[in-house]
Design a binder for this molecule. Structure first.
Ligand code: SF4
Length: 485
């Protein structure tokens, strides 16, 4: 995947995709705003969500062990996966042990992160996605572009064509006369998936939350496909990131209010499925949890960056981000697009490669993502922190030299004054476009006009005489800096 600026440039040339995205994000944003504005205590809830997540992350080792004990006591089996390869190996082995070669899947970011479908395919196991948007993505050999609505970049007409062209090679074909009416498309998907639900003996899911004190897994979804996968098969394997833990059911209550309002703009989501271990004669009779680290403990070690682990994957930050709305999700080169992807992917994968190093710059730092985040992740703060990490690596010589000179000039009043006078005197010679590597800056921005006189100089000349003197003491910029020289 190319670095973000390159990928974004070609993505923004796709006017159809931009149109689809603008329509979809506009609609979801509006629904979220009205669902959130119904609650007088939204900011208290938000602070409660933040506090629960922070407390859990501080004692993560304790809660993880508690979860393992609870799941085991309820008849499930816990597996620990340090990275994607280990998780894929565990899941593949578990499916092979059942003797099955097909699995149905509930939408799961964790399994996308580790590229589980690809690993299963290499072992001769076919994974069938059952979430409508994931089904569209799978049938079209595409990649997801949004956390909640993976096919957000597609419109109805495109989806109809995908169903018509591809459904037959994956099972029940789409009807010949299929229209692009949303109900007709949903019905075609329902009929196509029905036999999968009834025939397949193994299901793979993620979990939105894992409750430590009872060992319960929780999935929130809108279509009912999750409920089918979680109840009909004989074997259920849940791949869960270690940050998905909440200590108790009362902690869960906070997130069951925050998540639906922030994601789909609903008071509560249509299906909330919870399952705890194995119940004889009811639901899957074999249950495995794969607890996935894959870089998360490294993120936890970073005192600024660790707040990204509070994320509940609601996607509100994507829907409000002006950069995401224009570039779409594919430009981020990761299953985690948008503002959360710009801080999570470089932390999970490191910033050594050009693609990951470019992600913290995929933002104007407007702060809209922070305003809507239901667990108050200060995404701009983490972005700036990661930029610092990127520029502290070898390279960036011109940038470092420029910042060194700027720091030296601004570090002394006389030097700054001289530089400002020189810039004002030379303002008529200022080019509209900078030469050399600096042109990367001015290609997309206007150089601001340099004023004929700096504020400091104006203040010396005018301000000190005009400003009131409440206490008879010194004031103004020179006073703060030790007086006029
Ligand atoms: S960072 Fe916040 S707003 Fe974005 S997906 Fe995560 S929880 Fe939602």
């Amino acid at each position: 995947m190319p670095p973000f600026p390159e990928a974004a440039k070609s993505a923004t040339e796709n006017s159809q995709m931009r149109h689809n995205l603008r329509l979809a994000t506009d609609t979801i944003r509006g629904k979220r705003e009205s669902a959130v504005s119904e609650l007088d205590d939204w900011s208290d809830l938000r602070q409660a969500g933040k506090a629960v997540k922070d407390r859990t992350l501080r004692h993560l080792d304790t809660y993880l062990e508690q979860l393992e004990e609870s799941v085991t006591a309820a008849g499930g089996t816990v597996h620990w996966a340090a990275d994607a390869a280990e998780a894929n190996e565990i899941v593949t082995g578990l499916v092979q042990a059942t003797g099955e070669s097909d699995v149905v899947k509930v939408k799961s970011m964790a399994t996308q992160e580790i590229e589980l479908n690809e690993a299963l395919a290499q072992a001769g196991i076919t994974a069938y996605e059952t979430d409508l948007a994931e089904l569209i993505v799978q049938l079209s050999d595409d990649l997801p572009s949004h956390i909640l609505v993976p096919a957000i970049h597609r419109n109805r007409a495109e989806i109809r064509e995908i169903f018509r062209d591809r459904m037959a090679s994956w099972g029940v074909p789409a009807p010949e006369e299929l229209s692009d009416d949303p109900r007709a498309l949903a019905e075609a998907a329902r009929v196509h998936l029905r036999e999968r639900f009834l025939d397949t003996k193994v299901a793979i899911s993620g979990a939105n939350f894992a409750v430590a004190d009872s060992g319960s897994m929780v999935v929130l979804e809108s279509e009912g496909n999750g409920r089918m996968c979680l109840t009909l098969p004989q074997t259920l394997i849940s791949v869960v990131g270690i940050e998905k833990i909440v200590p108790t059911w009362s902690d869960l209550e906070v997130f069951l209010q925050l998540l639906p309002r922030s994601s789909t703009g609903e008071r509560m989501n249509p299906y909330t499925s919870t399952w705890t271990g194995v119940t004889p004669g009811d639901g899957p009779q074999e249950f495995h949890v794969v607890l996935l680290d894959n870089g998360r403990t490294d993120v936890l070690a970073d005192t600024v960056g660790r707040q990204a682990l509070r994320c509940i994957r609601c996607s509100a930050c994507l829907n409000t981000c002006p950069v995401y709305e224009r570039t779409g999700g594919h430009a981020y080169g990761s299953v985690y697009p948008g503002p959360i992807g710009a801080i999570l992917t470089p932390q999970l994968r490191g910033t050594a490669s050009e693609t990951e190093a470019s992600l913290p710059y995929a933002s104007s730092l407007c702060g809209a993502c922070y305003d809507v985040c239901p667990v108050a992740i200060d995404i701009p703060e983490v972005l700036v922190h990661l930029r610092e990490e990127v520029v502290s690596q070898p390279g960036h010589r011109a940038e470092k030299a420029a910042m060194g000179v700027a720091g030296w000039v601004m570090g002394g009043e006389r030097r700054l004054d001289t530089a400002q006078r020189a810039a004002s005197a030379a303002r008529s010679f200022m080019p509209r476009r900078m030469p050399g590597p600096a042109s990367a800056w001015t290609d997309t921005r206007d150089i601001p006009d340099i004023p004929a006189e700096s504020f400091r100089s104006w203040w010396r000349r005018e301000g000190a005489e005009q400003a009131p003197d409440p206490g008879g003491g010194e004031h103004g910029p020179d006073a703060q800096e030790g007086g006029r020289r």
